[in-house]
Design a protein around this ligand. Structure first.
Ligand SMILES: *[C@@H]1O[C@H](CO)[C@@H](O)[C@H](O)[C@H]1NC(C)=O
Length: 280
């Protein structure tokens, strides 16, 4: 028994490590591999091999300068053999000028509830923007994958190009996808389990009680309900309780109109404690 368990454990863990090795050899390569990012990479797997593109007008250049962004999810964005490991490629449509925004063999992943941030780093260096210690930085693509439970993968949207900061410049994109969704743990809460057990007990009590009353005692009609007299008492008690709770307002009102006799009675009563004190 114990031996077979150990065997299962060993098989399972070796399969697990084989999976990790296999998945890290193709597709996205993490800059700093760790457990957390490997887990996020696994979540990304349904989108592996997909390519997307979006064309947006340039914000700063006048005229109709347009940029096309092509993206591959852990594959080459453009499969022409010239752009190996390029996960995000920018093409200026007017002159066909191309720039590597990020490489998928330099991937970084972050994630939280209902979002995953996929970063492709090591893109082509900036010329004049984004200098840090007089060294121009590499371009990088940040792709925010946001939970949308209804779709496997939505359109690629360009959010912004940020190149006015000194240290971290990036091209920000968004994709909606259900792979980013964090599902709440399914299953029953302690409360609902308690309720179900309670109702099962009530049901068993009623059925057994009913059969007992009918067959053993030979009761008829309402008497067949188990412990009928107790429940009738119980109902009465509840009614009394309601009466007391809901009608207490009426009693207070009555006191406001108390007669002289009442007042006299009350003053007499009030003197009692004082007498007690005096004698001490
Ligand atoms: C990623 O790919 C690029 C282009 O193919 C290559 O120059 C670079 O060395 C690779 N980086 C890593 C970390 O493998």
């Amino acid at each position: 028994m114990l031996a077979s368990r150990w065997l299962l454990l060993i098989i399972h863990s070796s399969l697990l490590s084989w999976e990790i090795v296999a998945s890290s050899e193709s597709g996205c390569k993490l800059v700093t591999p760790n457990d957390r990012e490997e887990r996020l990479k696994k979540k990304l797997e349904p989108l592996y091999g997909k390519t997307l593109e979006v064309t947006v007008p340039s914000k700063e250049k006048e005229g109709d300068v347009q940029y096309k962004y092509q993206m591959g999810i852990c594959v080459d964005a453009v499969n022409d053999g010239k752009h190996q490991n390029v996960g995000m490629l920018q093409t200026k449509l007017q002159d066909g000028d191309q720039r590597t925004v990020g490489l998928y063999n330099a991937t970084q992943l972050m994630g939280g509830d209902n979002w995953i941030l996929l970063k492709y780093k090591d893109g082509q260096k900036y010329n004049s923007h984004c200098m840090f210690n007089n060294v121009s930085m590499n371009r990088q693509a940040h792709i925010m994958i946001v939970c949308d439970p209804d779709i496997v993968m939505g359109e690629l949207q360009m959010i912004e190009e940020n190149k006015d900061v000194m240290e971290e410049c990036y091209y920000l994109f968004q994709i909606n996808s259900k792979i980013a969704c964090t599902f709440k743990e399914e299953g029953l809460s302690a409360g609902s389990v308690f309720c179900i057990i309670f109702f099962i007990f009530v049901l068993i009590y009623l059925i057994i009680g009913f059969l007992y009353q009918r067959i053993v005692v030979g009761a008829k009609g309402l008497e067949q309900i188990p412990n009928f007299s107790f429940w009738r008492e119980f109902g009465k008690l509840q009614a009394d309780g309601c009466d007391f709770l809901c009608r207490c307002g009426e009693r207070q009102e009555m006191k406001m109109y108390r007669g002289i006799d009442d007042q006299l009675l009350n003053t007499e009563r009030r003197e009692e404690p004082d007498d007690h004190l005096l004698s001490m």
